[in-house]
Structures are given as C-alpha cells and as structure tokens.
Design a protein around this ligand. Sequence first.
Ligand SMILES: [Zn+2]
Length: 152
Amino acid sequence: MQLTTNFSKEELERSSMAIKYDLDNSIPSHLQGNAYRLAEWLQVLRDRLKQHFGKDVPIVVSSAYRSPALNAKVRGSATSAHIECLAADIKAIGLSVPSLWNFIRENMADVGYDQNIEEHQSWVHIGLSSTRKRRQDLIARREHGETVYRRA
Ligand SMILES: [Zn+2]
C-alpha cells in the first residue's frame, strides 16, 4: 500500500532479519497513523533532496518498523522509536552517509525530528517521536566494543 508518492507500507515493514528469522513484521493497525507520519517525513526529505540536487535522489530504507519480537532479535533498545514505527534507518543513492546526515541537519529543522544519528558511516537513523522534538544530531561510533554517541 502506497503511503506517499515514493514510500509504501511494505517498504517500512521490510527487514532482512525478519525474513531470516521468519518473523511477521506487519505494521499493526494502531500504528498506521505513525506509518503515515514517518512516510510523510521521508517524502519531504526526498522532495528537498531532489530540489537541492536538481535530480531524483532515491532513499533506501533498510529498517523502519520493528515488531517487538524483531526488535529483541536485533537487540534494539526497548524504548526504540522503531517499535512505534517512528524511526527509519536510511541511505540516499549517490550521497555519502555523512552528507545525508548533514543535509537533514541543515534542511529538515523546520519539519522537526527527535534524533538524527549518523551510525558508523553506514546509515542514518532518523527518529521521530510522538512527544519529543529534541532535534539531536549525533554521530555514533564503535569504540572499544561499545557504541559511543557524540553531539555534532
Ligand atoms: Zn535505527
């Protein structure tokens, strides 16, 4: 089901880990509103990338919604916004991960977000929240086996 021009419900449910462990990762009906909110946020980002670069810059969602079972499997935080379908791990085709993170920082403040995290130069975690709009811009790195978060 298409939620916005470029984002579908299926795209927010898709997870290689859910497939691997045969877990049902369908977005439950009570989180449908959050799914729309997340898709609309991603659509604004995609539209602004296109406007800025003068061409389509597709966004790849590697993980958005996580059922509680999937979240446990990937050892996600118990309070993760992924469980509420308010977070997405993304990349943009043709753009480095730090550049995407920086673009969000500089161009999405008016739309608002809770967390914009550049994770290990591998993906950007964008977290919305039903209650918070802290607009935290963080960089995550592995140091001595632990993930350390630094403020921009
Ligand atoms: Zn994430």
